[in-house]
Ligand binder design. Structure first.
Ligand code: CO
Length: 134
């Protein structure tokens, strides 16, 4: 069902500082910051060629990563994103297998303008999974 690893995401308390570490210390290609109000985060993407790293900072009052950063004040790995060909077919197949889809279960538009869904970490070895329609 799942295809490529699209990205690994880190929640960070200071997006500019984290972007500078990847750009200046590690010498990576880092995108401009992009606000995603629907997801409550501002993000940059680090292009590694075979995959990407997403750095996310809270945006707005009820950002979904605020609680994570309270538990992990210096930041940490938040989710991994796998590609699927058909997100509705993947969702329905996973739900049939008892997987918990977060939110209202309907895909939202993600950072790359494509539909995304999140799956409960307790159903996947303790890791929050994002599915993105490739
Ligand atoms: Co993501």
């Amino acid at each position: 069902m799942i295809g490529k690893l699209n990205h690994v995401a880190f929640a960070v308390p200071d997006l500019n500082a984290a972007a500078a570490v990847y750009r200046d210390t590690l010498g990576a290609r880092v995108s401009e910051a992009e606000a995603l109000p629907e997801h409550g985060v501002t993000v940059v993407f680090v292009d590694l060629g075979n995959t990407r790293v997403e750095l996310m900072e809270p945006l707005g009052e009820d950002s979904p990563i605020t609680g994570f950063l309270e538990k992990n004040p210096t930041g940490g790995m938040h989710h991994v994103c796998y590609e699927v060909d058909d997100i509705i077919a993947a969702r329905d197949k996973l739900k049939d297998q008892g997987v918990r889809v977060l939110g209202d279960g309907e895909p939202k538009t993600g950072a790359h303008g494509k539909p995304v869904l999140f799956l409960h970490p307790k159903d996947f070895a303790g890791t929050l999974i994002e599915l993105e329609q490739a």
